[in-house]
Design a binder for this molecule. Sequence first.
Ligand code: GLN
Length: 506
Amino acid sequence: MSDLHQLGVAQLAQALAKRDVSAVETAQHFLARARSHQALGAFVSINEDVTLAQARAADAKIAAGNAPALAGVPIAHKDIFVTTDFPTTAGSRILAGYQSPFDATVVKKLADAGAVTLGKLSCDEFAMGSANENVAVPAVGNDRAVPVRNPWDTQRIPGGSSGGSAAAVAARLAPAATGTDTGGSIRQPASFCGITGIKPTYGRASRYGMVAFASSLDQAGPMARSAEDCALLLSALCGPDVDRDSTSLDRPAEDYSRSLNDSLEGLRIGVPKEFLGDGVAPGVRAAVESALAEYEKLGARRVAISLPRTELSIPVYYILAAAEASSNLSRFDGVKFGHRASHYRDLADMYRKTREEGFGDEVKRRIMIGTYVLSHGYYDAYYLQAQKVRRMIADDFQNAFKDCDVIAGPAAPTVAWKIGEHGDDPVADYLADIFTLPASLAGLPGMSVPAGFDDGDMQKSGGGIGKPMPVGLQLIGNYFGEARLLNAAHRFQQATDWHQRTPAGF
Ligand code: GLN
């Protein structure tokens, strides 16, 4: 089959189970695509021997008639999940040469479900970024670090920090990928690349083996083309892991596909007024409005709500995430993992030089901010205050959920910007996280669903934005509301075809 890459996870799993195609053939097809689209910079490591060995094992299970649900389905992992068969860099020079002695729980669970690993995908260094421009390791086929390119317009960023995952799925280099979301890193790149991605309730997916950025926020989740595919993957990767992750929830795994087709009759969709304010690009607003109109046709009811502290989520997140990062990243000292400076005077000098050489600018900036807000004299004014506001943001959501079942709005205020457009201004990137941060701070599940394109019509006098770029509708649920979110997304995807659009040339 020459068009295998057009199939999603559910369709591929079926074709593999019926033996219309073999896992080896499927893996070879996707590996060949990854090689022929190296210019996107999506993959940072590929190992054909490993992938094909996994595919042969999947074929053997299918032949024996005892294959698990995802047997032979290829998947690629964000390079922030540790893997025994591929190096793990988290996009950083400081992990150069690091090989994990164990697999992350998410990786293991997907492997147990039969998935075949295609390779590792580029991400912002330690998942800090919104554009996949903060990368310090070379992509496959490149001899230096390169930003990942958006398949819809290769002059633009794919979003971040799971930019490699989003670009690979959008370009059909993999039917699905894993991502992590600390402040939006699954939802925002899914939105910018026109794919579907979901971050579950905090604690639902194990953080074991996920290189830590901000532990009270980090969550794993799937990125694929449809809600149906995300449901299959999420069912496989979630579940308790209480012996290995102290924040893992002791609650049995669920079948998220069970209610995909439930009716949306009477579903109350809350639209926060703060999510459709002045800062939202007209084309984004228009796409979100027509998605909401589609939901009304499907029987849902639109309810006006307010999340009054939306703007505060930016300073709160950038204080708390930096504080946690400064602590988590203290383990990279040249002793235990990866890079060590080769010339130094004494131990303190070795630590200093290793970290100076190993970390990129954005990571250093966060470590400095984090250390500052945790230091004596500033702790109360910044860290403690931010914790208090975090709680108020979570309370605002509980208040809102009295009036609605699901919250909807844009995943980001604009479409993907041009590579280099934000220059040396990190705050421009931070501000773009405004609509994803609130759910992260509250620990709520959230997803992004393709909802149209922004062709920049309204801005044509200023040159327009060039190619039409995807817009993502964000859906936020209450705790453990993943099945409801996937149901709402699936019904929308049965009524629309945005998620089936493919970027030209892929
Ligand atoms: N853009 C946010 C940041 O830079 C979120 C990143 C993430 O979710 N990993 O921190």
